[in-house]
Design a protein around this ligand. Structure first.
Ligand SMILES: *Cc1c(COP(=O)(O)O)cnc(C)c1O
Length: 481
C-alpha cells in the first residue's frame, strides 16, 4: 500500500496548499530569484488550476501530488519552461543544408558582427552623413547588388514572397499576368503562386500545359489587358520527359516587342557560378538579367547564404515604381537584416574566397572524404552514448541543398548511421532514439531513413561541442506501445 492513502476528490482539493504557502518553499524562492516573483506566482496559479482540473478524473493525482515539495518542483519547472527562449541553436544533421524549418542559411562571421553592431548602436540606417539629411535604407545594398548582378537598380524587402507580391501589386494590379501552367508552384505550403497573384490583385492567365509551354502560347495570351509576363523558377520540383518551355531570351524579346515588362521569380538566385565549386549549375541572377529579364526576384537566405530577405533587381524605372508602392513600407527590411545582407553581399566581391567564407557554400562544397573522416572520428563516441541496443556505423548517403535550389540534384555525403540491434520494435526504438538526440541541450536533428537514424555530418562545424554533450543522451526505455 502506498504511504499516501488515496483520498476522495473533495478532501484532495481541500488539502491543496495556498499560493502564499507554496511561495515559501525553497524551490520557489530560488525560482523567484531567477525569474522574478510575478512569473512564479502566475506559474503557481496555472499549475494549481491544472491540478484541480485533474482531481477526480483518474489522471493519477494522488495525495503526494498536492504536497508542497511536489507542487513546488512542478511550479519551478513550469516557470523555467516559460522563461526559456524557445528559439535555440540546433545541430542540423539532416543532410539538407538550407533547411527551411531550421532557419536556412547560417550567416558568415562578418555578417554576424554587422548584425551585432547594428543592433546595439545607432547607425546610418536612413541617414546620409555627407548631406546630413535623410537617406534611403536600400542604399546599403543597392550598389553591391548592381555590381554583383549587372542590374540597373535594386531594392530589398522582407522575403522573396514579399518581393513577388510587391512586383505584382505595383505593376499588375487589376490586370493580367500570363504564367506557364508548369510553373504555378507551391513553396512550403504557404506560398502558392496563384494565391499570391490573387492577393496582389492581378489576374492569373494560365498558358500552355503542365509539361509543355511554347513561346506561341505566351504570344497568343499577351493582349491589351496584359500587365507583364512572368516566369517562375521550378524550385522544388522538376518536370521531366516530354517537356518544353519558352526560352527566357525569346520570352524577353517577345515582351519587349509587345511593350510589357518580363519578370522572373528565380527563387534561390545564385550570385556565383556553382559549377566552379563542383556543384550543378543553377541559373544566376546575372544570367537571367542578361537574357533580358526586366526584373528578377530572389531570396536572401537560400543559396545566397545571407539573412531572410527578398531582393528585386532590374530596370531602374520599374524599381522606382516598386519603391513608391506603400507596401514597400510594410515589407521593408529592418536594420539588423540590412546589416547582415550588406556584409554578406560584400563577401561576394571576392568570388575566389566566397566558398570558404560563406557557411552555406562551405557546407555545400565540403568534400565527402572530409565528412567521412569526421564520421569515423565521432562514431565510437556515438556508439558509447547509444549503448549496445544500437549499432553504429558510418555510411555514404545523399544530402540536398534544400529550400528550392537544384531540387533533383543530390550532394554525396556521409553519415553516422544508428540502427536498433534488434529487428523487433525497431521503429519505436528509432523514434525514441531520435527523440533522445532532439532532447539534448543543443538538439541534434537527424533523419530517419532505411531503418536507421542518419546523422549527416556535412553541416557539423563544432565536432567537440557535439561530442561533449553525448554523455547526456537519455534514450527512453518504456515498453513499446
Ligand atoms: C523560395 C521561393 C519563394 C519564396 O521565397 P521566400 O524567401 O521563402 O519568401 C518564391 N518563389 C520561388 C520560386 C522560390 O523558390
Amino acid at each position: 500500500m502506498s504511504p499516501t492513502m488515496p483520498k476522495n476528490g473533495s478532501s484532495l482539493r481541500a488539502s491543496i496548499p495556498s499560493v502564499d504557502r507554496l511561495l515559501q518553499a525553497d524551490a520557489l524562492r530560488e525560482a523567484a530569484e531567477r525569474h522574478g516573483r510575478a512569473l512564479v506566482v502566475e506559474s503557481a496559479r496555472e499549475v494549481l488550476d491544472e491540478v484541480r482540473g485533474t482531481i477526480g478524473t483518474g489522471a493519477g493525482t494522488d495525495a503526494g501530488a498536492v504536497e508542497v515539495p511536489a507542487l513546488a518542483a512542478r511550479i519551478a519547472a513550469h516557470a523555467e519552461t516559460a522563461a526559456a527562449p524557445s528559439l535555440k541553436p540546433v545541430f542540423n544533421l539532416t543532410g539538407t543544408v538550407l533547411h527551411t524549418n531550421l532557419g536556412r542559411a547560417s550567416l558568415a562571421p562578418e555578417a554576424v558582427e554587422a548584425v551585432v553592431e547594428a543592433a546595439a548602436r545607432p547607425s546610418t540606417l536612413e541617414y546620409d552623413v555627407g548631406r546630413a539629411g535623410r537617406g534611403d535604407r536600400d542604399a546599403h545594398v543597392e550598389d553591391l547588388l548592381r555590381r554583383l548582378t549587372g542590374a540597373e537598380a535594386a531594392t530589398a524587402v522582407n522575403n522573396n514572397a514579399a518581393a513577388v507580391l510587391i512586383v505584382l501589386s505595383t505593376l499588375a494590379r487589376g490586370r493580367e499576368v500570363p504564367v506557364s501552367r508548369g510553373e504555378l508552384v507551391e513553396i512550403g505550403g504557404s506560398f502558392r503562386m496563384p494565391d499570391v497573384m490573387a492577393e496582389a490583385g492581378c489576374i492569373l492567365r494560365e498558358v500552355g500545359t503542365t509539361n509543355r509551354t511554347h513561346l506561341s502560347d505566351f504570344s497568343a495570351a499577351i493582349g491589351e489587358e496584359t500587365a507583364l509576363a512572368m516566369k517562375v523558377h521550378a524550385s522544388n520540383y522538376a518536370i521531366q520527359g516530354f517537356t518544353a518551355e519558352a526560352p527566357e531570351a525569346e520570352l524577353a524579346a517577345l515582351c519587349r516587342e509587345r511593350g510589357i515588362p518580363f519578370a522572373v521569380d528565380l527563387g534561390s538566385g545564385a550570385l556565383v557560378a556553382l559549377e566552379r565549386h563542383g556543384l550543378a549549375h543553377e541559373t544566376t541572377v546575372r544570367e537571367t538579367l542578361a537574357a533580358g529579364a526586366d526584373l528578377v526576384t530572389f531570396s536572401g537566405d537560400k543559396l545566397l547564404g545571407g539573412p531572410q530577405a527578398g531582393l528585386i533587381v532590374g530596370r531602374s524605372d520599374l524599381i522606382a515604381r516598386i519603391k513608391a508602392n506603400p507596401l514597400k513600407r510594410a515589407l521593408r527590411l529592418d536594420k539588423m537584416t540590412l546589416a547582415a545582407l550588406s556584409a554578406t553581399l560584400a563577401l561576394y566581391l571576392d568570388p575566389d574566397r566566397i566558398a570558404a567564407r560563406l557557411p552555406t557554400l562551405r557546407h555545400l562544397t565540403r568534400p565527402p572524404d572530409e565528412i567521412a573522416a569526421l564520421c569515423a572520428a565521432l562514431a565510437p563516441a556515438v556508439q558509447d552514448a547509444v549503448g549496445p541496443a544500437f549499432e553504429v556505423e558510418t555510411a555514404p548517403c545523399l544530402g540536398q541543398i534544400g529550400s528550392g535550389a537544384l531540387p533533383v540534384a543530390s550532394v554525396p555525403s556521409h553519415a553516422v548511421a544508428i540502427r536498433p540491434a534488434a529487428a523487433r520494435g525497431g521503429g519505436t526504438a528509432l523514434r525514441r532514439l531520435a527523440a533522445a538526440f532532439a532532447a539534448l541541450p543543443v538538439p541534434v536533428i537527424g533523419r530517419i531513413a532505411d531503418g536507421a537514424l542518419m546523422l549527416d555530418l556535412r553541416c557539423l562545424d563544432d565536432a567537440e561541442a557535439f561530442r561533449a554533450q553525448l554523455a547526456g543522451l537519455a534514450i527512453g526505455d518504456e515498453p513499446a506501445g
